[in-house]
Design a protein around this ligand. Structure first.
Ligand code: NAD
Ligand code: ZN
Ligand code: ZN
Length: 403
């Protein structure tokens, strides 16, 4: 089959690889019909090369049609249409019993210090081949894949694989009070879905409030992404406009700051990184000295997180969906403690949220997901898709590949 493989930094190629097969009784193999590129793929593309081997198959946002199932997969049959969660969970271990599916003890690889295995995330998370391919082996298929009704096109359901449940979890963790204000840092695919869910569904349920009760302020620097969020009811700020972004958020919230801030950015790698020793040295400096130094030398891979902590109101919540991988990044513990900030984060427990999201997708397209992708490309053009998504060319917000 053809699959998108990692070859080196910013070097991905579509190649011939062996077809996947059912190897465990809990496996299924699906023929992939749609598969998206994610901001998390960009971490592998840009900075996490040390964890990859040339030839690793990327991708964790797939859906398709079941081709074959193992003996213990009683819930699926060949021909079923499914979307596949990016976190691989067994559904019955100690963690899964508590709906902590991203911490599944059956699929996590012991001694790596990591949670559940993920598709297409290399040796970091279980070395499971990814879904930017014509076919995909799905471990723990007796639990993971979500069966879909016939009718609506793939893109109505595709984002159940990752960005919708990720955004749902981020908004649920943010726990904005009715009538409160939520700031969303980063208006990539995840941030866009946070805006839509908070505006169209309401904050807590997410707590079944009526629309318009949550004020959402979206922050980015890419005009097309800010405009899109504005069309879905967010006020928007450009992070690069003059003035400290936290101060500007205070200005919009009676001087207190938003009740919650979602960081949908994660680590940004730019500039020439210093060695670990230099990073550690910067980490020992007081924040007022460390921050300008870190920015000057491209070390501030946590710019959005630090903004979130500074901007959130006292007693508020910072909810992170953005992924951070630093070991020596300084954390502003003084601010966190003094302000009494709650921090909630983590890989999305995808299956915990999918049953709640599905009704928003089946009857009508309440969230506008069918028109969300800005680029639809054949799998063969995936390398171009990575480039425009990373560089935000052609007003790219989301790329969907069709094998
Ligand atoms: P993306 O890279 O397309 O979006 C990030 C956005 O942040 C971009 O639009 C960028 O312009 C903007 N940005 C960069 N620096 C900023 C700053 N300082 N302030 C405000 N905006 C800034 O990625 P995405 O697909 O939307 O994913 C966002 C993050 O969520 C990534 O870190 C990704 O790895 C993570 N993620 C986590 C989970 C999870 O389970 N927790 C799931 C999916 C994605
Ligand atoms: Zn993803
Ligand atoms: Zn489990």
């Amino acid at each position: 089959m053809r699959a998108l493989t990692w070859q080196g930094r910013r070097d991905v190629r579509v190649e011939d690889v062996p077809d996947p097969r059912v190897t465990e009784p809990t496996d299924a193999v699906i023929r992939v019909t749609s598969t998206a590129i994610c901001g998390s793929d960009l971490h592998l593309y840009e900075v996490l090369g040390m964890f990859l081997r040339p030839g690793d198959i990327l991708g964790h946002e797939p859906m398709g049609v079941v081709e074959e199932v193992g003996a213990e997969v009683a819930n699926l049959r060949p021909g079923d249409r499914v979307v596949v969660p990016f976190t691989i969970s067994c559904g019955h271990c100690w963690m899964c019993d508590r709906a902590l599916y991203a911490q599944c003890e059956t699929t996590q690889v012991r001694d790596t210090g990591k949670g559940a295995a993920l598709f297409g995330y290399t040796s970091l998370y279980g070395a499971v081949p990814g879904g930017q391919a014509e076919y995909l082996r799905v471990p723990q298929a007796q639990f993971g894949p979500v069966k879909l009704p016939p009718g609506p096109p793939d893109e109505r359901f595709l984002y159940l694989s990752d960005i919708l449940p990720t955004a749902w979890q981020a908004v649920a963790y943010a726990d904005v009070p009715d009538g409160g204000t939520l700031a969303v840092l980063g208006l990539g695919p995840v941030g866009q879905m946070c805006v839509r869910l908070a505006r169209h569904v309401g904050a807590g349920g997410i707590r079944a409030t009526t629309p318009r009760e949550v004020r959402v302020i979206g922050v980015d620097r890419v005009r097309a992404r800010m405009d899109l969020a504005a069309r879905h009811g967010a006020d928007v700020l450009d992070v690069d406009d003059p003035g400290d972004i936290a101060a500007r958020l205070f200005g919009l919230t009676d001087g207190r700051g938003p009740d919650a801030v979602i960081d949908a950015v994660g680590m940004e790698a730019h500039g020439a990184p210093l060695g670990k020793a230099a990073q550690a040295a910067v980490g020992l400096l007081p924040d007022s000295l460390a921050r300008p130094l870190a920015q000057r030398y491209g070390l501030d891979r946590m710019a959005a997180l630090h903004t979130a902590i500074r901007a959130v109101r006292r007693g508020g919540t910072v909810s992170l969906s953005g992924v951070y991988g630093g070991e020596v990044d300084p954390m502003p513990m003084m601010d966190l403690f003094d302000k009494g900030v709650q921090l909630r984060m983590g890989q999305a427990h995808v299956r915990r949220w999918t049953d709640q999201i599905l009704p928003l997708l089946t009857d009508a397209d309440v969230l506008g997901v069918e028109t969300f992708a800005t680029h639809r490309l054949p799998l063969a053009d995936a390398p171009h898709g990575y480039e425009i998504f990373q560089k935000k060319l052609e007003d790219c917000v989301k790329v969907v590949l069709t094998p």
